[in-house]
Design a protein around this ligand. Structure first.
Ligand code: S3P
Length: 171
């Protein structure tokens, strides 16, 4: 297995914040698949969804995972919340390194994403209903993809970083 840490979980679970702090603590690189897509294609995520559709965006995610699989090591990788839905991506994620699922309750997720306009799947309509449905549909996928599940509610970012570090180093 490659020596990377991969963070998966629903929008708002803290993948980017925890990932950056974790990378700093371990002396690892940090990448975020959404940022890699934005940089590579020069277009924001909402704009890609609008101009080319979700299926196109999902293919870009798989392409990025394949690229990471060729070259990446000693890196913390924060992933877009929808990546583990595809079985093909699950295989790619698990071959990239140790996959941690940040398991966060609907209420905490909702507080974090409220008012956010950068996530096309939650941009219109009833955010709570949409997020509940997404979480229900994806939870089995997150669980089957993860090597380790980390419950995040009521934990500080510092505590989460230490818990993931321990899980990774003891593995
Ligand atoms: C998505 C999550 C987003 C981003 C895109 C789609 C999803 O990333 O990839 O808006 O399907 O859950 P975050 O999980 O970092 O918000």
């Amino acid at each position: 297995m490659k020596n990377n840490i991969i963070l998966i979980g629903c929008m708002g679970c803290g993948k980017s914040t925890v990932g950056q702090r974790l990378a700093k603590s371990l002396g690892y690189q940090f990448v975020d698949t959404d940022n890699l897509i934005v940089k590579k294609y020069g277009e924001s995520i909402p704009s890609i969804f609008e101009s080319k559709g979700e299926a196109y965006f999902r293919q870009l995610e798989t392409d990025i995972l394949q690229e990471l699989n060729h070259s990446t090591n000693h890196t913390v990788i924060a992933t877009g919340g929808g990546i583990p839905v595809k079985d093909q991506n699950q295989v790619l994620l698990r071959s990239l390194g140790h996959v941690f699922y940040l398991d966060t309750s609907l209420n905490v997720l909702l507080k974090r994403v409220q008012g956010d306009t950068g996530r096309p799947l939650l941009a219109s309509g009833n955010q709570e209903e949409k997020l509940r449905k997404i979480l229900e549909e994806r939870t089995p996928k997150y669980i089957s993809c993860a090597h380790t599940i980390i419950k995040t509610d009521d934990k500080s970012f510092y505590e989460l970083v230490k818990e993931i570090e321990m899980g990774f180093l003891q593995h």
